[in-house]
Design a binder for this molecule. Structure first.
Ligand SMILES: Cc1cc2nc3c(=O)[nH]c(=O)nc-3n(C[C@H](O)[C@H](O)[C@H](O)COP(=O)(O)O)c2cc1C
Length: 404
């Protein structure tokens, strides 16, 4: 057994830690990728290439803020601006030569609904020394208009077809990157596995409209029409901390339906705790975009250290023993008991007397909280155990207790 607790096998590859940069601006060129590799990232997925380089609109990033702090981002950026040839002939050989040997480098490719393009791109990438190939059937903007990206990823027949086609062009492991913009991800995941996928990556961005500039009635992010003057926008892909609940849902649903397929978890991973959440719902590796864009590549230190300390504290000796740990506790609504005798209780020393819980419980709950001596007090008889006071409390002053 390895002495490195963060080492993990994934689709026949050994990662020194589970953290990869996902396919996005942080992996746009060798400068970015090599800097991350030297800082200790386990791997990276290059910015997706297709047959033609991309020309992007400007601006192309929008933000969702809460109290001034960004909690989500949306983008209308497409694929790599550099040609396939530059990647295959210059950039990938340079990355493979200069990155530490244990850095796992994954190509990302995209083509249309016909199989030939996928086979050709996979063949091209196979010659370069990459360790695996991720196929992008999940970009939610721009690509679907060209019958690419999520257009393919929303149709199980197409997903199976293009996965098979990519497999035909390579002996390398194929990861299929899935879109959350579907009603049920399981049939799509099953189609990818039927097509020969060695692993699945989930999720790509969530189709969204990030906001409106109400002064000018202009959707965000503001870009320009073909006359370069008219301010316009379009639907984009939402990512960052705010999408974590969706990522956890999709990854857990895939892991429960297809326990044998390795999953690379993506979506709002920003620190070691969110990383562990993804491992616990079945992800074996973890891809990060937004957190690296917002805070830089040096976050890898805190991710690795936090994960190791957690493992030591909890007695986990391998990442394998964390993977899927929470899955047996996900059940159906019907299987939940409706009457656990649970009520909320205020932790007096943490309560600051802000009254947020009193206001919420009065109008959104069961009128069970009152102020007494500048501290919130919960009436057990009235409390329904719904959890609203916990939702609005900013001071970690609510706990739940069994009444018998
Ligand atoms: C500006 C931007 C560009 C992206 N480009 C790609 C891409 O070329 N290929 C791809 O598979 N995903 C792309 N993504 C999606 C990310 O790889 C990732 O799936 C998504 O952002 C969710 O992860 P996060 O919450 O950590 O950002 C892009 C995301 C952003 C923000």
């Amino acid at each position: 057994m390895s002495s490195n607790p963060l080492e993990i096998d994934f689709a026949g590859l050994t990662f020194k830690n589970p953290f990869l940069l996902s396919s996005a601006p942080p992996t746009m060129d060798p400068r970015h990728i090599l800097r991350a590799a030297r800082l200790g990232w386990g791997g990276a997925v290059m910015k997706t290439v297709t047959e033609e380089p991309t020309v992007d609109p400007r601006t192309r990033l929008g933000v969702l803020r809460k109290d001034g702090k960004p909690i989500g981002m949306n983008n209308i950026e497409l694929l790599s601006r550099e040609s396939l040839k530059t990647w295959t002939d210059d950039w990938i050989p340079k990355i493979k030569k200069e990155a530490p040997e244990d850095f796992i480098f994954i190509a990302s490719i995209m083509s249309g609904p016909e199989p030939e393009g996928w086979t050709a791109l996979a063949e091209d990438m196979s010659q370069t020394g990459v360790n695996a190939i991720e196929i992008n059937v999940s970009c939610p903007h721009g690509s679907p208009e060209k019958h690419m990206g999520a257009f393919i990823g929303q149709d199980p027949t197409l997903v199976e077809r293009v996965t098979k086609a990519a497999k035909k062009g390579t002996d390398l492991p194929i990861l299929v990157k899935l879109t959350p913009n579907v009603t049920d991800i399981v049939p799509i995941a099953e189609a990818a596995v039927k097509g020969g996928a060695d692993a699945l990556s989930a999720i790509n961005t969530v189709e969204s409209l990030i906001g409106i500039d109400i002064e000018t009635a202009t959707p965000l992010p503001i870009a320009y029409g073909v006359d370069k003057k008219e301010q316009l926008s379009t639907y984009g892909g939402f990512c960052g901390p705010a999408v974590k609940p969706l990522g956890l849902r999709f990854v857990s649903q895939i892991a429960r339906a297809l326990p044998d397929i390795p999953i690379s978890g993506i979506g709002g991973i920003e620190d070691w705790t969110s990383a562990i959440e993804y491992l616990m719902v079945g992800a074996r590796t973890l891809q990060i975009c937004t957190a690296a864009m917002w805070h830089g590549f040096s976050i890898i230190k805190g991710l690795n250290e936090g994960l190791v300390k957690f493992m030591e504290r909890k007695g986990y000796t391998t990442l394998d023993s964390i993977v899927g740990k929470a899955l047996p506790k996900i059940t159906t609504w019907t299987a939940l008991s409706k009457l656990p005798p649970v009520v909320a209780r205020v932790i007096d020393e943490n309560c600051t007397g802000c009254k947020d819980c009193v206001v919420a419980c009065a109008d959104g709950g069961y009128v069970a909280i009152q102020m007494r001596d500048k501290v919130a007090v919960i009436n057990d008889e009235k409390c329904d155990g719904c959890g609203l006071c916990y939702v609005v409390c900013r001071d970690d002053a609510i706990e739940f207790v069994h009444t018998n």
